[in-house]
Design a protein around this ligand. Sequence first.
Ligand code: EPZ
Length: 452
Amino acid sequence: MTLLGSTETRQRVDADILEIRGGRPLTGQVDVRGAKNLATKAMVASLLGETPSILRDVPDIRDVEVVRSLLEVHGVTVSAGEEPGSLVLDPARAKSANFEEIDAHAGSSRIPILFCGPLLHLLGQAFIPDLGGCRIGDRPIDFHLDALRKFGAIVDKQPSGIRLSAPDGLHGARIELPYPSVGATEQVLLTAVKARGVTELRNAAIEPEIMDLIGVLQKMGAIISYEPNRVIFIEGVEELRGYDHRSLFDRNEAVSWACAALVTDGEIFVKGARQYELLTFLNVFRKVGGDFDITDDGITFRRGKSPLKPVMVETDVHPGFMTDWQQPLIVALTQAEGTSVVHETVYENRLGFTHALNQMGADIVVHPNGIADPNRRVPRRALEQAAVINGPTPLHGADIVVPDLRGGYAYVIAALAAEGTSRVSGVKIIARGYEKFLDKLSALGADFDVVG
Ligand code: EPZ
């Protein structure tokens, strides 16, 4: 296996194994583009329009490519817009696709499930293969299927996937989600906007990405009102037109780079990051001992003057501390002076990545049950777990394999902070959610080579 050290080879999109030499602070600027977890959904929404849509600030990541190819097999033409990083999506020739085509392109994404509503409106039928996505739990879709049945869809689960039909079209529904699921909320929004009559959605997710998707749909002509206490009303309309939308920034990527600055004792200007959508994270970042400067065009993150301090954090639905943020934060907490607790309440298996951190010298114990806290936004769930992190523990290089998207990123920053050399395999998965990841690492002064 040759050592591919020169910078131009770091563009290799199939780079999968990095040799990382730690101990150097990351300093410089990264540009964060549109949110992976909005752009992919807005692309699906283009199927609902009678005219072409323009999506701006689309990140150049695998998840976008997966959705682009799924749209194309359904006859949507997707082309580069005039503005760099924009896409034009034209559904004029949308059509059914066969199982093999859909299955070949669905890949490791969960987004295909969101095609149901738009395809049922457009074609009266849809086929969704078994879903992929990060291994952070069994990722069921029961909320989605229950909602689609309430809209009048006939859902037929088959060994290879799910076939849906709506011979009499779709009508409004009263839906209360058992849990404020982001995906299920998006499923309801993308289906209700053209259903006959009004839909009432209770216990909805209200993440900024959801509100941005509501903005996209309103631009298309939808009538959606966002009420207090997670209630959303959607009045179905006959026809929607294309949108022109610039996606909000990727909060998860911004948080990842903030934690990288904290862990490596560097300083990173995250261009495009905004305070409002990161309020909860910024409070925790400050409590841990991080420091930040907010300007109109971004946020500069650095470690503060004092040693890092332990914190107790509970992941939660918005406006709580997002589950996607806990993995890079835990790496930083290995360097805090004292005992921290991170309680994961959204997914049942999102702390597995801590095992490899312990191989690098961390002292993290995962407890299968979480911590009782009367001030919960959502009721406790049996799946919860808590990680207890004792620090500070110097990290040393190790050979590690990336488990999932956010865990993979966390491993890379752990390796960058560790003394010595680490070999991180499976980094290709990081390209699913972080645009030009290797370029950004290089630009920040990371010392690594692509070795496979
Ligand atoms: C979205 O996943 C994001 N992915 C996730 O980001 C994010 O962690 C998650 O929302 C929570 O914010 C995308 O948007 C593509 P959920 P989603 O439905 O929609 C349970 C990343 O790193 N549930 O809110 O799949 C589920 O098992 C990814 O970018 C059901 O039980 O998350 C989980 O415990 C990782 N039945 C909880 O709800 C269902 O039908 C939250 O899941 C649906 C969900």
